[in-house]
Design a protein around this ligand. Structure first.
Ligand SMILES: NC(=O)c1ccc[n+]([C@@H]2O[C@H](COP(=O)([O-])OP(=O)(O)OC[C@H]3O[C@@H](n4cnc5c(N)ncnc54)[C@H](OP(=O)(O)O)[C@@H]3O)[C@@H](O)[C@H]2O)c1
Length: 97
């Protein structure tokens, strides 16, 4: 929801939602990701998008399970020292900013 690419894609669920404050707060997080990554090159700083997931927050309406929603988070939390930094990923790969 903080991705300009996703929220401008009418084929995606993010492209059909209107939530100004929520989307602005998530876009701020991805900008912090790239700024922190550039500030501390020795530290891996990446942003994870869980995807629309069935949790309390969504009233259990999302199509993904919580386990699927945590795939990208677990992947990024366990990358090695040669892993990426300054990236934005969901469980399928690189996300558009
Ligand atoms: N679900 C989705 O489709 C989706 C998609 C993309 C991004 N996200 C993002 O993922 C994050 C988690 O969402 P979720 O769907 O997992 O929400 P959730 O089911 O409502 O869970 C939110 C969690 O945050 C904890 N929490 C809330 N306020 C807190 C506070 N002040 N201090 C410490 N912990 C606090 C809650 O703890 P308690 O249970 O103890 O209250 C709960 O464990 C959010 O930032 C959301 O925007 C969610």
């Amino acid at each position: 929801m903080g991705s300009f690419g996703a929220t401008h894609d009418a084929e995606r669920v993010e492209g059909r939602a209107i939530a100004p404050l929520y989307t602005a707060s998530k876009a701020a997080v991805t900008m912090l990701t790239t700024q922190y990554a550039k500030s501390w090159p020795a530290v891996k700083v990446n942003a994870a998008d869980p995807g629309y997931t069935a949790t309390d927050f969504t009233g259990h309406s999302g199509p993904q399970t919580v386990t699927e929603g945590t795939d990208a988070i677990v992947e990024l939390a366990t990358i090695g020292t040669d892993g990426p930094t300054g990236t934005f990923r969901d469980r399928h790969g690189e996300m558009p900013w």
